[in-house]
Ligand binder design. Structure first.
Ligand SMILES: NC(=O)c1ccc[n+]([C@@H]2O[C@H](COP(=O)([O-])OP(=O)(O)OC[C@H]3O[C@@H](n4cnc5c(N)ncnc54)[C@H](O)[C@@H]3O)[C@@H](O)[C@H]2O)c1
Length: 253
């Protein structure tokens, strides 16, 4: 990973922050983006990265981001499309505004990012795109209607992009990562809203996390590291579940 130029979106919190810290440890040169500037700058300082305020759903932000990355760092090797929102609403409770917000951040953001990054990566002989999907893309969950649909779209978009890049022989790979529940602010909010459980207010939040079968951000960051590295050079168009068998466990409890 030494010297590899990497863009990570939604890097101010949770999984994006963990990805940034892990890749920085391995020597990557990072450009971090988020709508949350204050927290993003803090993460960037912690890992010697550049921070750019960006709304991934803003199409024009992408050309500017790729251009400034190429001008400042001379190449683009890795893109982690990680930014996300997860409003809680079933099919009957989902307003059109919520639906469009979710599609804008997840689907538009991932589409714009991939489309903008591929030519820059290809110009340097290739690269790796990692799209953050979810296990909800594989099973669908009732309280997250729009989120499930958007993550499903990211899963199939990823495969279409991988197939295109293979045919083009441009050296770009594209894979999706599908975490189950991982301990981040997004999941803490979900637990609070759906179950009235404030995990961080428990006497031992770590013991509660383990008891609930919730993973740690580093579990996902290590998968992102593998897919970023040359060790995954023959891995393309694939989906990687990180959920300790949550999705396949059918035993009634
Ligand atoms: N935590 C989990 O269990 C889990 C499971 C599956 C998938 N995911 C996915 O992982 C990704 C990261 O989630 P997290 O759990 O770290 O959540 P989080 O809420 O801790 O972090 C998400 C980050 O994305 C940023 N963001 C939101 N909208 C943005 C936009 N329009 N442009 C740029 N940045 C924006 C937020 O400011 C925040 O910093 C998301 O795509 C999420 O859907 C998370």
């Amino acid at each position: 990973m030494e010297g590899k130029v990497t863009i990570i979106t939604g890097a101010a919190s949770g999984l994006g922050k963990a990805d940034a810290l892990r890749l920085a440890e391995e020597g990557a040169r990072l450009v971090l983006t988020d709508v949350n500037t204050d927290a993003g700058v803090d993460v960037a300082e912690a890992c010697g990265a550049t921070f750019v305020t960006q709304d991934v759903g803003d199409e024009t932000s992408w050309d500017a981001l790729i251009d400034s990355t190429m001008a400042d760092l001379g190449q683009l090797d890795i893109l982690v499309n990680n930014a996300g929102i997860a409003p809680i609403a079933t099919i009957e409770a989902t307003t059109t505004d919520v639906w469009r917000d979710v599609m804008r951040v997840h689907m538009d953001g991932t589409f714009f990012g991939c489309r903008a990054a591929i030519p820059a990566m290809a110009a340097g002989g290739g690269g790796s795109i990692i799209n953050m999907s979810s296990t909800v893309a594989l099973v669908g969950v009732a309280p997250y209607l729009a989120y499930s649909a958007a993550k499903g779209a990211i899963r199939s978009m990823t495969k279409s992009i991988a197939s295109h890049c293979r045919v083009e022989r441009n050296g770009v790979r594209c894979n999706s990562v599908h975490p189950g529940s991982i301990s981040t602010p997004m999941v803490h909010t979900g637990l609070q809203t759906l179950h009235g459980l404030d995990i961080m207010a428990q006497p031992d939040p770590e013991a509660t996390r383990i008891a609930l079968g919730i993973g740690e951000p580093i579990d996902v960051a290590n998968m992102v590291l593998f897919l970023s590295s040359e060790e995954s050079k023959h891995v393309n168009g694939a989906e990687f579940v990180v959920d300790n068998a949550d999705t396949v466990d059918q035993v009634p409890r």
